[in-house]
Design a protein. Structure first.
Length: 205
């Protein structure tokens, strides 16, 4: 069973054979050709639209925090997960780990980070290590940490996909509020500029 949405009063999930709302199996129309995952995702989107509509109409003060999920649904230009960024930097990471082993500096903490493939914790550990030791370089003398940082920056330099309507629709819901209402505060932990690109596309700047 995979869950797409869970809250105190609502859950939407699916498996290979069925999709569920609050654990109740939903009937599939005979002519329906979509998969249970597609049906569950569509239900989730409709539910979230209703939630947002009610939220924006009932509350004056709204602060929104977005994270990696808003970068993933961007068509062919989708963002990478934490595991995806780890794979993107895998060769540099392996080279760094080899050097740490040579220096007998591959601690249990670093081994745990590697097992979890946590790129953010890996960089944090590396930054602290290089402050008290030498900068770890490749065979040509370039910093491996800087190489990883550049690869992450390139991977997060996303272009708003033509099929991506979600960011624009979301922003339009925000600006549809009453002019007398306080401004909505939108924060994101992502490195991309998809919201800024969507705002420009929708002429909201």
């Amino acid at each position: 069973m995979k869950y797409l949405y869970i809250s105190r009063n609502q859950s939407i999930s699916f498996n290979e054979d069925y999709w569920y709302i609050n654990g109740i199996e939903q009937k599939r129309p005979i002519e329906e050709t979509r998969t249970t995952e597609e049906l569950a995702k569509n239900c989730t989107k409709q539910y979230m639209k209703n939630v947002l509509t009610n939220l924006f109409s009932h509350f004056k003060h709204i602060a929104i925090l977005t994270a990696a999920g808003t970068s993933m649904d961007n068509g062919e230009h989708r963002g990478k997960t934490r595991d995806g960024l780890w794979r993107e930097c895998r060769d540099d990471i392996k080279a760094i780990i080899r050097e740490l082993h040579k220096k007998q500096a591959c601690s249990n903490k670093m081994k745990a980070i590697v097992r979890e493939k946590n790129i953010e914790d890996f960089l944090s550990y590396l930054i602290l290590f290089e402050k008290i030791s030498d900068v770890i370089k490749d065979s040509t003398g370039n910093s491996l940490k800087e190489s990883i940082e550049k690869k992450i920056a390139n991977a997060c330099n996303l272009e708003l996909d033509k099929s991506n309507k979600h960011h624009g629709e979301f922003l339009n819901k925000l600006v549809a509020r009453k002019p007398s209402d306080p401004r909505v505060q939108l924060f994101t932990t992502n490195y991309d500029t998809l919201f800024e690109q969507a705002a420009k596309k929708e002429d909201l700047q």
